[in-house]
Design a protein around this ligand. Structure first.
Ligand code: ZN
Length: 183
């Protein structure tokens, strides 16, 4: 299912104070809820997420999403960063969990904001994009929240086929980063 054009505010999911049960929470400074009855204040911060442009030779390894949002769309392997985990480690873990692949040569490329609607609740994310490699795909297999995988020539693929606008937006940066030097 595509994400709808009009998305709820992330704080619409909170109707009652988690401390005193009061109804009538205030949204403050865009990202926080405040209970005027007891003074409880809670910030809903951006969720950190990672995605990998994973190369096998000159081919990109893309995943096919098994779940909504954007079920069936092409995506990059990746996911949310866990508590007390570095973004780099999250990328390595997610690619292993989704495709059974150990990545090398991990380098940061760019970041972009994204909106992720799950079970009726909107999560605002900060997506961090990495470029990395795999030397061996003999053990590749789709698992976790991935339905399959595809190999694609990044110069020939249409970034509009990717599930999320954050990945589409940094795709041009990827192409420039891998362009052969012509000096
Ligand atoms: Zn309260």
């Amino acid at each position: 299912m595509n994400q709808p054009e009009s998305l709820p505010h992330p704080l619409q999911a909170f109707r009652y104070c988690a401390q005193c049960g009061n109804k009538g929470l205030e949204i403050r400074q865009t990202r926080s809820i405040y209970c005027p009855a007891c003074g409880f204040c809670y910030f809903i911060n951006c969720a950190a997420a990672v995605s990998g442009f994973v190369f096998y030779g000159d081919q990109l390894i893309l995943t096919v999403r098994a779940e909504d949002p954007q079920k069936g769309y092409l995506d990059l392997p990746g996911g949310f960063v866990e508590f007390d985990e570095s973004a780099d480690d999250a990328l390595r873990r997610e690619v292993m969990e989704e495709l059974g692949l150990a990545v090398t040569d991990v380098s940061y490329l760019a970041s972009a904001p994204n909106s992720y609607l799950y079970a009726g609740v909107l999560y605002k994310t900060t997506d961090m994009f990495y470029v990395c490699r795999v030397d061996d795909i003999s053990r590749i297999h789709a698992q976790d929240d991935v339905a399959g995988y595809r190999l694609a020539d990044p110069h020939a693929m249409d970034p509009a086929t990717l599930a999320f606008p954050s990945a589409r937006g940094v795709f041009g940066q990827l192409l420039r980063s891998i362009a052969p030097c012509s000096a």
